[in-house]
Design a binder for this molecule. Sequence first.
Ligand code: IVH
Length: 787
Amino acid sequence: MTAESRILELRAELDQHNYRYYVLDEPSVPDAEYDRLFNELKALEAEHPELVTADSPTQRVGGAALSAFSQVRHEVPMLSLGNAFEENDLREFDRRVVEGLDLPAGDLFGDGAAVDYSCEPKLDGLAVSLLYRDGQLVQGATRGDGTTGEDISVNVRTVRNIPLKLQGEGWPAVLEVRGEVYMSKAGFERLNQAQIEAGGKTFANPRNAAAGSLRQLDSKITASRPLEFCCYGLGQVSAPLADTHIGTLEQLKAWGMPISRELRHAAGVAECLEYYRDIGARRNDLPYEIDGVVFKVNSLASQRELGFRAREPRWAIAHKFPAMEELTEVLDVEFQVGRTGAVTPVARLKPVKVAGVTVSNATLHNMGEISRLGLRIGDVVTIRRAGDVIPQVMEVILERRPKLTRPIEIPKECPVCGSPVEPTQLIKRGKGKEVVSEGAVYRCIGRLGCAAQLKQAIVHYVSRRAMDIDGLGEKSVEQLVDEGLIQSPADLYRLEFEQIVDLEGFAELSSNNLLDAIKASKKPSLARFVYALGIPDVGEETAKVLARSLGSLERIQKALPEVLTYLPDIGMEVASEIHSFFSELHNKQVIRDLRERGLEIQDEGGVGVELAASVSFAAFVEKLGITGVAATGAKKLADKAGSLDGLIRLSEDWLDLSSMKGINEKAKGALREFFVSENTQRARAIEAQLLDFGMHWSSEKKVAAGLPLAGQTWVLTGSLERMSRDIAKDKLESLGAKVAGSVSAKTHCVVAGPGAGSKLAKANELGLKVLDEDAFVTFMGKHGIAI
Ligand code: IVH
């Protein structure tokens, strides 16, 4: 089969899976299989960039950032809806519809003639218009003021369940679909968690998160956000789709458009009210937020007859639910201790009913959140409760601040174990200097000596994705810790039948099962074990990277923070957490005890290709953080110096350094002053560890064996926009390739940017593999190299 036909086959198959998943809600394959097909398509497209089309499922990654959105005029205005807050408002609406349509009015017993209505949830997101021409998505726009919106075409293409092309056939040449882009509750939680971890700003609610994500000038950010679309109507169309609103939506669904699973008919206002109550009762269980339901007259002929009043249709209405936000008073702030010792403030509130549930606590996340809110004890605040999510304090109502309020102070001692509470340190290394500042997160330093941390550490250690020890729930862990049977994870391996069988909830069989499960967990993979340790900021992915890249627990334990930053997605802060975790005596002891009690961690062997590939001497020089020395300068210095000794010599050799081209005077000055004793020692320690881990400086041409491109010759031609040619060369060399200046039959691959001329022509003539810049970046990404 040719690459082209395989590409077409894969796209059709992926489109079909997407349709089954997003529209029919009946996934047809496991995620892993989908990923496999998707990766196969991505790889084929990287090899054949000329076959990439705009409607390929791979093209949802966002494009170059814009400086502003352009404007889009809506051919058919995007209107809003009138609201009903009470049952009577809805009855009033129905009466107007009945009257407007000249139907017989209701008698004493009925609710008037039973108008056929459609019922849909009112999603809380933002309205968008999607324009399809001949079945292809050509434009996306926001509602704006209803007449003119913003062109967010690139952004909407990144929303996973918006079809890039319609399925089936028979669609009108011009079809404008309207609906809501929103974020699910789970997606919102994930996003905010990630924002907190990255030190970014959190979003107050899924609506704001959806709006903030969609209206990004940098659509790559949009692509990384969990947005979804639900279609609820049409704008301009070149031919009608059906006679009714529901018929129209069903036709759209058949063409691949996601519509609400909750769409229903209602005969008359009584059934509308039933629908309202039913959805209201299920509101918290729905995976997305809704602020009401929308009723529409189903017959399109009747809709036309009723027409509009001002900017609202007479044939539709939004029946709102009670608000999720309420005002209350902060009575006190207490502190809870989490697994990693983070001391989290929790607001104790004057109990208040929010959408039917009494709320008396709200999380405040960390001290940063308290200062962002400007909160004091005694303040009146808005709180928001959404589904199962812990209630949040949204804002302080300053106008209502009482005379006597108290500031919120972080306790000096842990409320559980009495150990000191200290701010976490944010370490930034720049200009060769370490800058340490206090973070917003405070921690109890008691570690496993603190009962709160110990309990949660054990629960994490035994959890399914960590050591997978079945049969030990939170309650049992609590008992084991409170009874003094467990003081560290290592004590699990000393538990005896007699100790367990007497615990609440345990009997003979369950005790034996637990002991078997503990025994069975004694040979964990390195990644599982590192994850199970519960190092702050080290989730499963980071644990995998550490295991894959460093290969053994010994190397992970002794890795210097600077060396860890060579690994994908590990920055200085996470690196410092890892390093300080393993430096702590207590943790070292736990690991020793675990080993003594028979734990055999399955090492992965040598140092992985990710680390080998990302370490070049140029990268090392760049990471030293010499003022004014960025990637290109570092490369020049590295080429000239060849090793750390060479660089130190160069910094002392006035003449040699002065005559160097391509490095500015400021950088030269900084280099001359850089190698004071402290920096020299540090640099030597890092270099020594990298070499100890089996790295070689590629500029010394002692390329580490087994590099993926070893023995290959590559040629770079034309201009590259996302990196300089020097950097591209450096990265290729770090994977073991040789980079040559001219194309020959021996060339493996040519990277051609815009303006490529004779070299590209020759490559084509010789039938060589050619990558454009995007394909090159994707290719490098596959080898763990981010550009
Ligand atoms: S119909 C002319 N249906 O609510 C009718 N709107 O206040 C136009 N919305 O801007 C809207 N879910 O963003 C309609 N099922 C639904 C909806 C819905 C949410 C939003 C939409 C619109 C606003 C109207």
